[in-house]
Design a protein around this ligand. Sequence first.
Ligand code: ADP
Length: 475
Amino acid sequence: MFRSVTSRLVFLYCLLLVILGGAFLGFTVLSFDYFARETTATALSNRAGEVWNISQSLLDQPARLADVIGRRFSPEPLDRFIRIRAGGRTLYQSGAPENHEFDPSQVPLTSPAPSPRRFGNILLYTATFRNGQGSPVTVETGQSDQFSRTVQRRLATSLFIGLPILLLAAALAGYFLMRQALNPVEAMINAAETYTFNDPHNRLPLIGTEPRIEALGLALNRMLDRLDSAYSHVSRFSADAAHELRTPLTIIRGELELVASNARQPSDVEQAIANALEEMTRLSGIVDSLITLSRMESLWGKRTHAPVDLMALAVETIDQMSLMADEKNITLTGPGGPPVLVAGDRERLKQVLVNLIDNAIKYTKREGRVSVQVGTRDDKGFFAVEDTGIGIDPNHHGKVFERFYRVTPDRGEQGAGLGLAIVKSICHAHGGTVSLRSVPEFGSCFTVEIPLLAAKSETAAANVATAASVSGKPA
Ligand code: ADP
């Protein structure tokens, strides 16, 4: 029911508050009842003693007795009840209270008891004393407890209404505080989402957090350090291996070309050499791609800020690749419009375009269409390469950017599966992204977004525009 830690903690906290609130309500109402009874019992027994003290000498003078008790205790206005009985006769009984809360004539005759008893609205205490002749005299003192019961009821009602409101306020405050407390975790999640390998500045923030969360952040940062160093190790290994392979490959290739130039070869040897040369060219291509990849990775987070006009770059690249498209009768259309200046490495960005257009032509049937658009979106410059080719199944969308990944060998793929990995790596090194939309059998669209050159580089942008117009290229 409650998936997040916040809602679970708030629920438990509210449950605790409900239990505590209920206990508080019950305790308050019961204690009030207890104290009211205790106070009344003491007051009634004291009053019985006092009544006896002032009346014992006046028992045979009913008029004086009534007068003295009336002056001393004013029973009626204060809704008190006093009755004195001796020898089966009532010597004195107070009148009806002014607020008519009880009828004195209805108060039953009672025998002595250690504590007051309730009769209707009245709490009645009965005590017996002995007069001079040793005969028993019963003094009954009573008090309506209507007022204290009303107060008790109102207290219970107020608590009953007030507690849920208080509870709601406490729950909201708890939720808010909980969110505040988890803010550092939120910040850590955001930082973890944008984490990239080999960027020592890209670490989880430790903003005065709760000690355990801070300890977790520190531990994760140390883990990221170890991951970075392991990743660098692997990258360096593949870069070194590629470099080491390059020289012997060049030598073997040279030797093979030399042998191939010897005209006096049997035709099967000639064919074998031609095959070997073809494979050698493919192998050199893979080694070059691996070297490019490792170079790009070492540039991650260290963007160079030379201004590059994506519009001019796209126009120029399309111009150079149109022959390739013509060979398959594919219509290759390009963009037009104002310059789109980003900060980057022109040659690398061109490689991105070449790889994407090359793929688009490769995976589009004859007579198809490939189009390139260039523009700006928020603070990014973008180019999109769209084709009407064979498309890519959604299951492969995330994987096609991995190294050596090819969708299926039966789709006519000829590359080693490094082209898109290079595209992604170059985009990454420019602080940009590459995304893919594709529907099998309908076509694909690869979109690359690179941060636009900052406004402060307006001068640099102007220089590029001038340089482009001087060289006659579209700017
Ligand atoms: P390769 O150099 O082998 O083409 P890439 O990394 O460029 O490798 O591409 C990876 C895989 O993505 C390819 O094997 C191909 O199946 C698929 N792919 C790339 N671009 C397209 C496209 N425009 N249309 C359809 N499939 C594509």
